[in-house]
Design a protein around this ligand. Sequence first.
Ligand code: PLP
Length: 388
Amino acid sequence: MKTVSGFERIGEENAFAVLARAGELAAGGMDVINLGIGQPDFPTPENIVEAAVKALRDGHHGYTPATGLPALREAVAADLHKRFSVEVSPDRVLVVPGGKVTMFTAILMFGEPGVEIMYPDPGFPIYRSMIEYTGATPVPIPIREENGFAFSAQETLGLITDRTRLMIVNSPANPCGGVTPKAEIDTLVAGLEDWPELAIMSDEIYDQMLYDGEAHVSLLSYPSIRDRLILLNGWSKTYAMTGWRMGYSVWPDGLYENARKLAVNAWSCVNAPAQFAAIEALTGPQDAVAAMVAEFDARRLLVVELLNDLPGVSSIVPKGAFYAFPNISGTGLGAKALASDLLEKTGVATIGGPDFGILGEGYIRLSYANSQDNIRAALGRMKVFLEG
Ligand code: PLP
């Protein structure tokens, strides 16, 4: 059979391969500690689960509008207003089956041979994979340790050309845990005024996972780019709902119709009871989120302290998300080889930095979405391995 071209260029997310391998090793009797996959280890808060169960019992089993339940789109707009004082029309909110779907949709909308799409490197691997799938040229925005893993506005602006159609930015960021300071975002947005045709997709899925008193700066707060800004966000991380597949995007006037049509063609609507749960997540008590973030904060400090005690390893203190991205170049080992050895020989799952881009060589990613006891045990095993 002959399919159209493009599939030879499409990539993957290695975190899922590591998850599968960790499962195999565990099934074979190995005591595996998973610091690989990026998902909260907390249960979805009870009030949210109950809202989904109630919705099913109340008979909400059918299709909803393709864009999402009106009450949910209103709740999203109200939440964005409450947190960032921005006006968002519920008519520009699209409910999607997971945050990933927004990047898939946006990249499909802009990518084709001959155009350039900018994306962070190291960054979420699906950006590059989808850009390459469309035939567009991926242009990496370097994310450097010496910048605290924030992007540099000047460097980013310098990479724009007449062919650039879409710029993807992500803060707080996966995989490095970097948070780009407001001053840097101000400079980026000011520079973007010289490129009025360029669309921006801001991936803000970790916007509540912030530490050290950092406040989230949403790109929605900048009126000069609102007519070409796509916001990616969702429930997966904040409400421990990765498997529910609940995300949302905010689209500018000129793009919303296209996004809605893609939704109708691809998924019709998002799971109805999950949408009721998502309303409860946004409008119900937020204490579970605060408790989860406080625990992540404690783990963050623990993991960094233990990483800096390993031979050949150093880690800056990440300010957001739930990942540490230690520099392992002092071990003399390649990052992918080290991640593989750690899993196969010590049962500790991590992800090699190169799985997030070329600039990821010399680093590994650890997700600290695991208990403090498991983090201590995992880092203890890593120490024995590296000293041995
Ligand atoms: N964006 C970033 C930066 C992520 O790290 C992830 C998940 O790991 C996503 C988007 C996708 O989230 P979802 O699971 O809701 O599709």
